[in-house]
Design a protein around this ligand. Structure first.
Ligand SMILES: [Zn+2]
Length: 118
């Protein structure tokens, strides 16, 4: 995985994270693509508001996956399947940047054949 690809993925994860945090707050989304708010500032602000609110299970789970993926990028472990430890297909990562497993292992997880770590 090239550095610039990784940077793009990281950006995508961070954008998605902010969107989720907005959703979890239960607010209407009014994201203007032409605006580029400081992501750190936004994240901090949204996070502190967010903690007091009830969160939807799916969205908070996805937020966890996104946080995990961001941590793996920082740890240089991103893009590797958590089960078979093979590289995950870049196309899959482009579509689902928070994917934990390669396609083969994801199917096994969905069939209950391997344990999804949690
Ligand atoms: Zn795998």
């Amino acid at each position: 995985m090239s550095k610039s690809n990784l940077k793009q993925i990281k950006q995508k994860l961070e954008d998605e994270r902010l969107l989720l945090i907005e959703k979890l707050k239960g607010n209407d989304l009014s994201i203007d693509d032409s605006e580029t708010p400081d992501p750190v500032d936004l994240a901090v602000r949204n996070y502190s508001k967010n903690v007091q609110l009830a969160v939807s299970e799916n969205e908070s789970r996805q937020l966890t996956l996104i946080d995990e993926a961001l941590r793996r990028i920082d740890d240089d472990e991103y893009g590797v399947c958590l089960n078979c430890e093979k590289p995950i297909n870049p196309k899959r990562l482009a579509a689902i940047p928070w994917a934990r497993y390669c396609i083969e292992c994801q199917e096994l997880v969905e069939q209950g054949l391997i344990d999804d770590e949690e």
